[in-house]
Design a protein around this ligand. Structure first.
Ligand SMILES: C[S@@+](CC[C@H](N)C(=O)[O-])C[C@H]1O[C@@H](n2cnc3c(N)ncnc32)[C@H](O)[C@@H]1O
Length: 242
């Protein structure tokens, strides 16, 4: 029997038409699809009707190491049985998605792997609201950072002069805001939280570091801190005026 392979596919940030054409093509040829919590259910319709669909999601904050091991085993087992396995992951597989670990594990087992990038939430979700993460005269760089866990040096980031794009920070919002302010970042700095970006259920709060709150938000959310957030206000005001 010939060996199968694994394709790590980025599903994009939310809306099902924000996957790449190459990602759709991979789904069309899948024998097995392993998909995550944040991948849109409509994407599974691209796979052949008889392809096996296996849910591999986990609730935010739930322990993940054992689960990650079992995903590696599952991919290896199916590929060794000669199947084409699509591992469908939210956004881009290599941005806070453990795609790098999966790639390494598959290579270590001698499995053929292909990587198809996706549009990461940290760029596309602000963009959908008119916020460019870099902008001439406002931000010469951008830092993508996890708001989950406690190892981030927020005071170094506060001094970085880059736009801060924070993934997985909703539960720690108060702590993050207070760390940035303690590090000397002005409370007037524009900031926003965008929940369920690019989906119909998208909601956002546009504020400043001093007033930012996301009461009632529970979905996946991106926090953006920096002068570029002003541009969303402009985009929204123009939409209202039209
Ligand atoms: C485990 S990370 C995966 C990121 C993904 N690999 C990517 O490139 O976008 C999940 C986090 O991404 C962000 N996220 C993903 N989809 C989002 C969306 N539609 N709207 C807002 N934030 C989103 C949230 O911060 C969420 O907690």
């Amino acid at each position: 029997m010939s060996e199968g392979k694994v394709v790590l596919v980025g599903a994009g940030p939310g809306a099902p038409d924000l996957i790449t054409l190459r990602g759709v093509e991979a789904l069309r040829h899948a024998d097995v699809v392993l998909y995550d919590r944040l991948t849109h259910p409509a994407l599974l319709e691209h796979a052949p009707i008889d392809a096996e669909r296996i849910y591999c999601g986990r609730a935010p904050g739930a322990p993940g190491d054992d689960r990650q091991e079992s995903i590696h085993d599952l991919m290896v087992r199916h590929a060794r049985a000669g199947r084409v396995v699509v591992r469908l992951k939210g956004g881009d597989p290599f941005v806070f998605g453990r795609g790098g670990e999966e790639l390494q594990a598959l290579i270590a087992q001698g499995i053929e792997v292909e990587v198809i990038p996706g549009i990461t939430a940290g760029i596309s979700v602000p963009a959908a609201l008119g916020i460019p993460v870099t902008h001439r005269g406002l931000a010469r760089g951008v830092t993508f950072v996890s708001g989950h866990g406690g190892e981030t040096d927020w005071s170094a980031l506060a001094r970085s002069g880059t736009t801060l794009v924070i993934y997985m920070g909703l539960r720690n919002l108060e702590r993050i805001v207070s760390a940035l302010k303690s590090a000397g970042m002005s409370p007037q700095t524009p900031a926003c939280v965008i929940e369920n970006g690019t989906l119909r259920s998208q909601r956002q709060v546009l504020a400043t570091l001093g007033t930012l709150s996301a009461a009632g938000f529970e979905g996946p959310a991106i926090i953006v801190v920096g002068e570029v957030v002003r541009l969303a206000r402009i985009a929204l005001q123009e939409k209202k005026a039209a």
